[in-house]
Design a protein around this ligand. Structure first.
Ligand code: CTP
Ligand code: MG
Length: 254
């Protein structure tokens, strides 16, 4: 584009008008018993702190809103106080709700004016690289009301008739063409007013915020995601995350 005045994620604080909402209020049932997932350690640091730093690593992000476990807001606040963030980044902590959707809504409600772009990023994706964050912001700045980072699938996907009982065989009803499918990650990026409207009007169950914008009839675009933006869901994901961190430490050492 020839418009040099258009802000880019690499601009300084004057152009910074992006806020990141981090839903971190889940229990992490699939990870097994223990502390709420976002508070569990990864390389000795709480997962949530990694996720906050991943957002704050983008020069465009000037505010991070953390949506804490309902009874854990004070603990999250003190964690953020002791773990350094870049000076340009402010943070807020609000207690979350019963569903992810409700938690994101509570985070949006807490956003002060002055941020026109909002990222929504799972605390459970602590290792997303800054280039992915910046690519999402850039696509919103270029005019997309909603942007998702997405990757092609490795596995073929089957649609089934779900069995009533877990473990029972399930009839396969269709095989969508894999080349047309993408697995989506976070941060998902939005024009703020669009995301607020989506959360006010869409009431059905959704698993991601961009899906709500689709239900408004607006176009959602996908930009390349990153394999390190994977979600920590089950115990094996923690093993992978520790390995990614160990590799980063090695690379930083040389
Ligand atoms: N989340 C949230 N509020 C909820 C439920 C989920 O803020 N009531 C957040 C989680 O903390 C997580 C993100 O949404 O960062 C993605 O959810 P998921 O990976 O499913 O995390 P959990 O719900 O904690 O895990 P599980 O479903 O295994 O209990
Ligand atoms: Mg969940």
């Amino acid at each position: 584009m020839s418009d040099d005045s258009r802000p880019s994620p690499h601009d300084g604080p004057a152009a910074a008008r992006t806020a990141a909402v981090i839903p971190a209020a889940g229990r992490g049932v699939r990870l097994g018993p223990g502390a709420p997932k976002a508070l569990r350690a990864l390389g000795g640091t709480p997962m949530l702190i990694h996720a906050v730093r991943a957002m704050a690593a983008s020069r465009a992000v000037s505010l991070v809103v953390v949506v804490a476990p309902p009874d854990g807001a004070a603990e999250v606040k003190s964690l953020l106080d002791v773990h350094a963030l870049p000076e340009r980044t402010d943070f807020l902590v609000v207690p979350g709700g019963r569903s992810r959707q409700e938690s994101v809504k509570l985070g949006l409600d807490a956003l002060p004016p002055g941020h026109d772009i909002v990222l929504v990023h799972d605390a459970a994706r602590p290792l997303v690289p800054v280039d992915t964050v910046d690519a999402v912001i850039e696509a919103v700045r270029e005019g997309a009301p909603a942007v998702v980072p997405a990757l092609p699938l490795a596995d073929t996907v089957k649609q089934v008739e779900p069995a009533g009982t877990p473990g029972e065989p399930e009839p396969v009803v269709a095989t969508p063409e894999r080349a047309l499918l993408r697995a989506v990650q976070t941060p998902q990026g939005f024009d703020r007013a669009t995301l607020v409207r989506a959360h006010e009007t869409v009431t059905g169950d959704v698993t991601d915020d961009a899906g709500m914008v689709e239900q408004l009839g607006l176009t959602v675009v996908a930009v390349p995601g990153h394999e390190e933006a994977f979600k920590i869901t089950r115990p094996l994901d923690l093993v992978l995350a520790e390995a990614v961190l160990a590799r980063r430490r090695l690379n930083d050492g040389f």
